[in-house]
Structures are given as structure tokens and as C-alpha cells.
Write a protein that binds this ligand. Sequence first.
Ligand SMILES: [Zn+2]
Length: 452
Amino acid sequence: MKTTIQGSVSRTILLLTGALNSFVSFAPAQARPLPGPDVPQIYERLLPQIEKIPAFDHHAHPGFSDDPDVDAMAAPPDASSALRTRDDNPELIAAAKALFGYPYSDLSPEHAKWLVAKKSELKKQYPGTAYFDMILDKINTESSVANRAMMPDYLDPHRFPWVFFADSFMWPFNNERETARNPDEGVYIPLQEKMLHRWMVQEDVSKLPANLSDYLDFISRVLSDNQKKGGIAMKFEVAYFRSTTFSDPTREQAEEVYNRFISGSVPPEKDYRIFQDFIFRYLVILGGRLNLPVHIHTAVGIGDYFNLSQSNVMGLESVLRDPRYHSTIFVLIHGGYPLEREAVWLAAMKNVYLDSSFGELAQYPSAFKETLKMWLETFPDKITFGTDCFPYNEVLGAEESYWLGAQSSRLALAAALAEMVSENEITESRALELARAYLHDTAVGLYHGKVH
Ligand SMILES: [Zn+2]
């Protein structure tokens, strides 16, 4: 008995070994755990081809530093910034060299004047919308989302499709308590009140309606009118203002809160959240009906009071996986960073996409490469490129951060794909298909011919 078992075990091992040998010899595409010494050569071959792909920047804040509409909120004073996102990052000097031929290696006040003068000379040479079009040409970006409070006349709407902000509809009551929560909210909440007021002016509404049903009509009108003005998506930065976990209140509950507080008394936090949870879900449904994708800030944020444990991407899971919202496209702006490993699994939902912006600026390319590689190995058809460019100040503008974001993303992408090719995960031609999808095609596909 014993002998027989041993015999059959040996035969099985022999058969398995044979099968394994033939598998190894006939399946050269079996992935291997370490990249080979060919990574640098593959990288050198891929990079110039990746640089030639015209990009669609899925998340950016283009504009001049003195333009208050670049965002619907502002950075709180004296907030900490991560190392690479500080305005003394020497890579921004490399950006000024590449874009404007900046001749110095520092940004001393005397030298900085050269850069300011050069830019104003170029603005004369490229008047109106031509200046920022020229910047996009220099970084091979075909078009770039302009996530802004309002659009200015100096951005070409054909190349800078507008993504407007929808958070302010959630703050229609007396916000005394909200504003007093911490110094950051003291900056943010009054700007939300201002934004809501601008929507009221746009719709010719002098006072908020007395009942919820008229308030919801007002919201729908703003959304449709923004869409007519060229808006392609609505954006939430709600994580800066409250938790991203939304309960599921009834309309009656929201109505009760609205009726109680629209005349001016301060709502307790619990009541305010019930109302906001209802409005957020209402906006999500409208996004599906109007074909307006919903962009949501999902990352750690600026300011020292950003609550990462309450406002992280996973808080959104119950909304994203709710079948009632299957016709709404969600774009998780900043891909949940630093929880991008968790976030990519939310893209299992057919209507959920990730945008990598900010990750490429917050991390150096060596680290951002790991993010992209993990995403490319999980849902490569659900990830999109963005820079989150922003005008830092009068000297270093959106121009330099566009350059740094685009450049860093292309370098990290080439490196991630080179490792995947070397590890036998994909071929080089598949690598270039994935690069085109990430840099351009996947995002453009979400807007039904409205962008290119
Ligand atoms: Zn942004």
C-alpha cells in the first residue's frame, strides 16, 4: 500500500514537472517577479513615443495668479505643503527654463523679474486665448479641463473645457457654526457662500426659495445652464468641508430641515449633514440624467485641518457601488492618494474612473511610477491623466506646474510600462496602447464628442 502511494506520488510529480517544463518553454509570456537588465533600454524606446502622444489633461486649474476664479476655494494662510509641492521646488526652475528659456539657476528676486517680464512680453505676442494655447502646445497637451469657479475670456473653450463646482448647493443655511469649526473652514465656507450667491445671480434669484422643491429646481437650472455654457462635468471638493460618508435620508427628512433653517437660524451639525447628504445624492442623480460626469476630490488636501480619516476615498464606497447611480459617471480626482491602492478597486464599477492628478506632483516620479504600475496592472482602462496645475504665485504660474505635472507623468508612465514589458506582463505595442488610453483616450471617451 505504502509503496503504491509512493509510486503514484512520484509519477504525479514526474507528470507535473513535465507539464511545468513544457509550460515554461511554450509560454514565454509568463510574468516574472523581477525586471530584467533591459529596463533602461525599453524605457529609452518608450519615452520618446509617449512624449509624442497628445494628452488630455483631466484635471487642472489654468489661469493667472491674480485671477480669483482659478478655484472655488483658496489655500488657507500658513498651511503646510509637502516637499515637492512647495514653490521653492528647484524643478520649477527647470520648468521655466524649458518653457521660457529662463537663463538663471535660482529664483532670486532680481532674476524672478526676468521671468515675469518674459511672460508679459509673451502675453502681448500671444494675445487673448493664444497665450495658454501656446503653453498647451509646448507640453503636447491637446486640451485641458479648466476646473474653475467661472471661465475667463483668456482661455479658449475649445481647448479648455469647463468643469464647474457643485459643493455650494450643500451650504444654503446660516454657516456660523461651519465657519467657526477651524481656521481652514473660516477660509473655505465663506467662499462656498460666495459661489452659491453667484449661481443665484446667474439664475436671477434674489432670495433662496422658501421650499425644498423650488430649491431643487434652482439647482437643476444652474446645472443645465452651466452645461449650455460649455460645462462638461461638475466637481465636488466636499472632502475639504465635511466627511465623505453620506447617509441616505428621505426627501421628507431633507424637507423638514430645509423648512426649519432656510429663514436663517443656525442648524445643528446633525441636521445640516442630513440635508447635505440628500442634496449630494440629488446632484449625483442629476449628473446621470444630464450626462454630466461627477468629479470628486479624493485625496489628502491642503490646509492643516484636512481630516484624512473622515474624508478619504473609501467613505464614498456606498455611493459609488449604489446601483441607483449606475448611469452617473464618477471620476475620482487624485485617485484617492495616498489611498490609491484601495481606490483602484472602486474602479471595478463600470461607471467609476480614476484621475492621477496631484499624485504626480506630490510624489517624485520614482514613487509615482509605482502608483501607475499598480493601476495599470489592475484596471488599465479606467485610469486617466491630469496635472492639477495651479498658479503658485506671480513668478511661478500654472505654466510651470503644467509642465512639471505633464513631464513627471510621462516619465513615470514610461518607467512603469518599461518594467511591465521587462517583467513579461505586456508587449511594447500593448504598452503604447495603454499609454494612449491613460494620457488621452479613456478620459475623452467619457464626454460623448464634447472634448478632443
Ligand atoms: Zn484640483
